[in-house]
Design a protein around this ligand. Structure first.
Ligand SMILES: CC(=O)N[C@H]1[C@@H](OP(=O)(O)OP(=O)(O)OC[C@H]2O[C@@H](n3ccc(=O)[nH]c3=O)[C@H](O)[C@@H]2O)O[C@H](CO)[C@@H](O)[C@@H]1O[C@H](C)C(=O)N[C@@H](C)C(=O)N[C@H](CCC(=O)O)C(=O)O
Ligand SMILES: Nc1ncnc2c1ncn2[C@@H]1O[C@H](COP(=O)(O)OP(=O)(O)OP(=O)(O)O)[C@@H](O)[C@H]1O
Ligand SMILES: N[C@H](CCC[C@H](N)C(=O)O)C(=O)O
Ligand SMILES: [Mg+2]
Length: 484
């Protein structure tokens, strides 16, 4: 493709050199440059991509997009205000806006994104549609699995993935839209047919600094979506409604006045049951995942489907046969007289919800094995510690993914809250040993909650990533038969 074609879609400050240059592809990492590529220089959090422009040119880059004048390096240099934004725009232009070839549904919010994307996919598939999915656990095209590195890929990777999905004939793509992706322009060049919001509670303050900034990032989704769907019961709803520019906004909830309203809510250990009122009609809704938050996840999914034009009776019928998601209130079959549940709760609100849900059906003690991730929001640590300690009968404080931080130092941060909570606890930094301890000390009818790592099958330590599949570890320690 000719550079001049690509440039039609970006906001340019200055063009230094000829725009009549053939472009074979795009790269924003010098290590991935191929001859004839357009190299986009990004000033990042770790290093500055402008520094790698000479390497990129040596590898054959035919032109560069930068925030500084790098024309003296010998190839055409396009100067823009924001290269992350330009990367999204040229990527969309190069791949010819693949998201226009299917219905795109995006879901943002602190908790519930992965779960609701799976619910939407499941309903659409029950109707015979071909669906792409993008998110934390994995990306999918129908049943084909494409591993994911991020919850929301970078803008270039995203356009490649969309193209692959469109070429395979998907009718819908349902994706998680993380606040990082909104703030870092990963989805800037997309047009969402539907954008939905689950909730906002504390997370990622290492990156967004304040809750206001975090919510403002989420609001961007409602500036690039045609129809919006917002949880009206959530404290973030008002701000999002005020800052939205969608053609239409739908609201959903249990308590507030809204377009899709849930009432007569019943919760039990097998799932949730409620009545949905929408456009003057009522529908009995059933979802086989327990917890009050599952009512909200069902409502988010139904709102997305309604906004995408799916008849409500079909949406409700599809939800009834939807299954749970790996690592979200996942019951591990142990063949013992106590239970083990794996859940991805890694925020104060997530942890509170999952323990509360288990309390609803636990016959005896809840033993919570948990820790907090390294290189992530430190201020959530004591809060999670307090919740675990107050709400569980016994806590085993251990490590999550320590990453580059000292595991003992992370535990110290969490311990402040655990002590404040006043519950019984033990500290076992090695997560394998912590799980072993919980299994050894579980008694009849207890439930062990392994929180924080959910679907993850690895643990990220300082210098290496080790295999760590909690369901396999539990089975191995109990010498139980391998499940699926
Ligand atoms: C804060 C953040 O999101 N950072 C992402 C960002 O890194 P960055 O822009 O700081 O990049 P950098 O490392 O400083 O490098 C700057 C530039 O130099 C380039 N470079 C670098 C080295 C070299 O030799 N040559 C070269 O050209 C790099 O490719 C880059 O373009 O761009 C990188 C490339 O896309 C990402 O890998 C990186 O994700 C980091 C690793 C990350 O951990 N992100 C997490 C926090 C994240 O995005 N999480 C969200 C939310 C999770 C959830 O709640 O579900 C997600 O969507 O996954
Ligand atoms: N609607 C909800 N409200 C509050 N907590 C929830 C909700 N749905 C799920 N959770 C809790 O949060 C955890 C994470 O859920 P899920 O993976 O669906 O969220 P996510 O938004 O995709 O998270 P991430 O930001 O890591 O991608 C679950 O394991 C559960 O404990
Ligand atoms: N996507 C989330 C998940 C964290 C999961 C937890 N296991 C951790 O490593 O902190 C994040 O990046 O904050
Ligand atoms: Mg997710």
């Amino acid at each position: 493709m000719n550079l001049s074609e690509l440039l039609k879609e970006i906001e340019i400050k200055q063009v230094l050199g000829s725009v009549q240059v053939g472009i074979t592809g795009i790269a924003f990492d010098s290590r991935a440059v191929k001859p004839g590529n357009l190299f986009v220089c990004i000033s990042g959090f770790q290093t500055d991509g402008h520094r790698f422009a000479p390497d990129a040119i040596e590898k054959g880059a035919a032109a560069i997009i930068a925030e500084q004048d790098l024309h003296e390096l010998g190839v055409t240099c396009i100067i823009v205000e924001n290269t992350r934004r330009a990367l999204a725009q040229v990527s969309a232009a190069f791949y010819q806006h693949p998201d226009r070839r299917f219905c795109l549904i995006g879901i943002t919010g602190t908790n519930g994104k992965t779960t609701t994307t799976y619910l939407v996919k499941s309903v659409l598939e029950a109707m015979g549609k071909k669906v792409g999915l993008i998110g934390t656990n994995q990306n999918m095209i129908g049943t084909e699995i494409i591993p994911s590195k991020h919850t929301t890929p970078d803008s270039l990777e995203l356009m490649r993935l969309f193209t692959r999905m469109a070429d395979k004939g998907v009718d819908y793509v349902v994706m998680e839209v993380s606040s990082h992706s909104l703030a870092l322009d990963r989805v800037t060049a997309c047009t969402f047919d539907v954008g939905a919001f689950t909730n906002i509670t504390q997370d990622h303050l290492d990156f967004h600094k304040t809750m206001e900034e975090y919510l403002a990032a989420k609001a961007i989704l409602f500036q690039i979506s045609k129809v919006g769907a917002v949880n009206a019961d959530d404290k973030g709803a008002e701000y999002l409604m005020q800052h939205a520019s969608c053609e239409k906004m739908l609201t959903y909830g249990i308590d507030a006045d809204c377009d899709l309203k849930a009432s007569e809510v019943e919760l039990n250990e097998n799932g949730v049951f409620f009545t949905l009122t929408y456009e003057g009609k009522t529908y009995p809704v059933e979802l086989g995942i327990p917890g009050k938050f599952s009512v909200y996840n069902a409502m988010t999914a139904l709102s997305c489907l309604a906004a995408a034009g799916i008849p409500m009776d079909q949406a409700v019928a599809g939800l009834k046969v939807a299954r749970g998601v790996k690592g979200r209130i996942e019951v591990v079959e142990t063949g013992r007289d106590f239970g083990v549940i794996i859940d991805y709760a890694h925020t104060p609100d997530g942890l509170k919800n999952v323990i509360q849900t288990i309390r609803g059906f636990a016959k005896r003690r809840i033993i919570t094995v948990f820790g907090c991730g390294g290189d992530r929001d430190k201020t959530k640590r004591p809060k999670m510690g307090k919740i675990a300690s107050e709400m569980s009968d016994f806590s085993v404080l251990t490590s999550d993914n320590p990453r580059t931080e000292d595991p003992e130092a992370i535990i110290e941060d969490v311990l402040v809250g655990v002590k404040e909570g006043g519950g019984n606890y033990i500290v076992i930094p090695n997560r394998f040993e912590a799980i072993e301890y919980a299994l050894d000390h579980a008694e009849k009818d207890d439930i062990i909650l392994l929180a924080g790592k959910g679907h993850e099958t690895y643990q990220i330590l300082a210098d290496r990533t080790i295999a760590f599949d909690e369901r396999e570890i539990v089975r191995k320690l109990l010498d139980a038969p391998s499940g699926n």
